[in-house]
Design a protein around this ligand. Structure first.
Ligand code: ADP
Ligand code: ADP
Length: 232
């Protein structure tokens, strides 16, 4: 079984309290599929994703990656190295683009850096950089919009060609044009890596193969986007 599975997973942040961040969660994320996780704030989306990435461990149940438990430490470390992550806030240092991209892969050559940048930041954006990869961003250099910053973060996340790419509300703070540019990049990535998108806007997840709807720590729906929109 290629992919990630959660089997009867239960999780509490405080084991002295009867408050379940995840309650009897069963989900299957097939390898190289695109899965969207939606639900209200506090529903358990980030907790589930932290669990899928092996950052936290279930109190009951288990997480399997390609059929093997994630509890083995050696396996966990190598697994984490295959994950690319994009958070809501586009975190970049006020340094050169090269510096920011190389954070995840110090050995990447310029060709690889350009390739990742063109792929996610758009050709038009790349052409405008006054000093190419040495262009400094932020206070001392070129001011970028939130969307431009997030596209650089995406370039950084895919640089090492991760097998899993996680976007945690990555486009929630962006305007629709920038959201579309990120969606188009994801569309191009589809099929080459497992993509997990946490979202609260339905428009963000139109291209997902499956949608997981969470509420109060439980998965209340799991199915295709079409199926979901019919029910909703
Ligand atoms: P979502 O991502 O859907 O907003 P979370 O997974 O962040 O939901 O949160 C699920 C539940 O777990 C919420 O009740 C939240 O308050 C609680 N929670 C999340 N993170 C922590 C934490 N670090 N410590 C204690 N409780 C937490
Ligand atoms: P805060 O919201 O806490 O004021 P920001 O996230 O806006 O902080 O900024 C964090 C850092 O990123 C700051 O050092 C700032 O100079 C830089 N920064 C913020 N917005 C931009 C931007 N549009 N272009 C380039 N750098 C920016």
């Amino acid at each position: 079984r290629q992919g990630i599975e959660c089997l009867n997973v239960q999780y509490r942040y405080d084991r002295n309290q009867p408050i379940y961040a995840l309650r009897n969660v069963n989900v299957t994320i097939p390898a190289n599929s695109m899965t969207a996780i939606v639900g209200k704030s506090g529903a358990g989306k980030s907790t589930l994703v932290d669990m899928l990435m092996g950052l936290i461990h279930p109190e009951k149940g288990q997480v399997l990656v390609d059929g093997v438990s994630l509890m083995d430490d050696k396996r966990l470390i190598s697994f984490r190295n295959t994950i690319g992550y994009v958070a809501q806030d586009p975190f970049l240092f006020n340094e050169s683009i090269r510096y920011n991209l190389k954070l995840v892969d110090p050995n990447a050559d310029d060709e690889a850096l350009w390739k990742a940048l063109r792929f996610s930041a758009s050709e038009e954006f790349v052409r405008r950089l006054p000093h190419g990869l040495d262009t400094v961003i932020g206070d001392r250099g070129v001011r970028l919009s939130g969307g431009e910053r997030q596209r650089i973060v995406l370039a950084r996340a895919i640089l090492k060609q991760p097998s899993i790419l996680v976007l945690d509300e990555a486009t929630s703070a962006l305007d629709s044009e920038n959201e579309l540019l990120i969606q188009q990049a994801l569309e191009r990535l589809k099929g080459s890596m497992t993509i997990i998108v946490i979202a609260h806007r339905l428009s963000t997840i139109r291209n997902a193969d499956q949608v997981i709807v969470m509420d109060h720590g439980e998965v209340i729906q799991q199915g295709g986007y079409q199926q979901l929109s019919q029910d909703a």
